[in-house]
Design a protein around this ligand. Structure first.
Ligand code: HAM
Length: 422
């Protein structure tokens, strides 16, 4: 019986993997410019890493894959990268050697969401965290990096939205105001929002069910409740964004779906038809309590993450030619099965000189082999035939110029190397 993949998950097939490789390469290239190092943490953590808080987001309460291992430990497949990075930052006392730790990560995450285009149960994120200090310049640095990143990928229809939730005091005042605002409408809200009203009314603002309710549309925004310190902080962030001359929008209603943010929050949206709510390519913000909640000192951080499937969908939708499949340098076409060992010798020799080379392994006819070579876009065809072999020769054809030459078997590598240098 054939078994299918798990619902909401997908395979990257051989014809698609070059896109993923190119995206990852681009990420590493760009992050290098910002002097940011990679960090890798496990895909699973003790559940407490994610389930720490009373104000839990939907992602943590309803969407995580939780299970007990054979030793009855409670584990969770990571739904996002940040918490695991902070767990490791604290566990390895990275704060002791570095005032500011800037890291990036690439890896799979798991959320039990309703699958649709751009939303999966296993998805890849590329993210950045800068942990150890609070500074408007650093918040701006991350927004600028997110902007620069999508631009360098070649995406055009993207918008960067920023907002501030303010410090703890502003946030608390705002939450109280939100509660007051929604209380008279409690009975009209969905069951989830009824619960959110008590625990964390911020979540009501990005509820997918109640999004068109008048009370949600008219809700006060965090901007209305920023105290002076928070407002000054936000204005400084904006000064830095202006200094870098990046284009952004202030989005007063942007609150983000996770529970740990304060001060700056931001998202990168794409204008892509058919993407629906999945047009948010990435988002992030400042977090002040995560490090201490996970047992570390009282240090803040700021970060963001992009969904890599969404980036690839956006690149495809905008027809950005950012990844080329590798073309073959040479393909060996064999006329006689008996000459296959000679093909093996030639191939190995070419590869030791870093040429991309292949041959046919499935007993195809001459025509079939030729078709295969052209499909791989081989630059040179090496014809290994009886007659020539007896003379110690092969024929090599340049597929671009269509020119064909006889070459001594012992000179194949040298010949191709010289040709390719030109
Ligand atoms: P997030 O907004 O939950 O933030 O996720 C970031 C990005 O991951 C989203 O904008 C989206 O592109 C992608 N994403 C999320 N869920 C899915 C899904 N089910 N399928 C496909 N793509 C998805 C975070 O995860 C925070 N950790 C970001 C952050 C880092 N904040 C501070 N530091």
């Amino acid at each position: 019986m054939a078994i299918n993949k798990v619902k909401g998950m997908y395979d990257v097939l051989p014809s698609e993997s070059h896109l993923w490789q190119a995206l990852e390469q681009k990420i590493r290239e760009i992050l290098g410019l910002y002097n940011i190092k990679e960090m890798r943490t496990p895909v699973m953590e003790y559940s407490d890493v994610f389930h720490r808080h009373t104000e839990l987001s939907d992602m943590v309460t309803k969407e995580t894959y939780n299970f007990d291992d054979r030793g009855n430990r409670k584990l969770t497949l990571r739904p996002e990268g940040t918490a695991g990075i902070i767990r490791s930052y604290v566990e390895n006392k990275l704060y002791a050697s570095q005032e500011l730790e800037k890291v990036y990560y690439i890896g799979p995450n798991f959320r039990y969401e309703r699958p649709q285009k751009g939303r999966y149960r296993q998805f890849y994120q590329f993210g950045v965290e800068a942990i150890g200090t609070i500074s408007p310049a650093l918040d701006a640095e991350l927004v600028i990096l997110a902007y620069d990143f999508v631009k360098r990928l070649g995406l055009k229809g993207v918008r960067v939205k920023v907002n501030s939730l303010g410090d703890d005091i502003s946030r608390e005042t705002y939450l109280e105001a939100l509660k007051k605002h929604f209380m008279p409408h409690e009975a009209e809200l969905c069951d989830d929002c009824k619960a959110r009203l008590k625990k964390n009314p911020l979540r009501i603002l990005d509820c997918k069910i109640d999004q068109n309710h008048e009370a949600v549309k008219n809700a006060p925004t965090p901007q209305d409740y920023l105290n002076k310190e928070s407002r000054d902080y936000f204005l400084k962030v904006l000064d830095h964004l202006d200094a870098a001359k990046i284009s952004y929008e202030i989005a007063p209603r942007l609150v983000r779906g996770l529970d740990y943010y304060s001060h700056t929050v931001f998202e990168v949206e794409a204008d892509i038809e058919g993407f629906g709510a999945q047009n948010v390519l990435g988002g992030g913000g400042r977090y002040e309590k995560l490090v201490s909640e996970l047992g570390g000192p009282n240090l803040g951080g700021v970060g963001f993450a992009f969904g890599m499937e969404r980036l690839l969908l956006a690149l495809e939708a905008e027809n950005v030619d950012f990844a080329k499949e590798k073309e073959l340098d040479a393909f060996v076409i064999v006329f006689d099965e008996a000459l296959k060992t000679e093909a093996t010798r030639i191939l190995y020799e070419l590869r030791t000189s870093n040429m991309i080379a292949d041959t046919n392994f499935t007993h195809k006819s001459f025509k079939g082999q030729l078709k295969q070579a052209l499909k791989f876009k081989a630059k040179y065809l090496i014809f290994l035939g009886d007659e020539e072999y007896k003379k110690g020769m092969v024929s090599i054809k340049d597929t671009k110029t269509e020119k064909q030459e006889e070459v001594l078997l012992s000179k194949v590598k040298k010949y191709l190397l010289e040709k390719m240098e030109k």
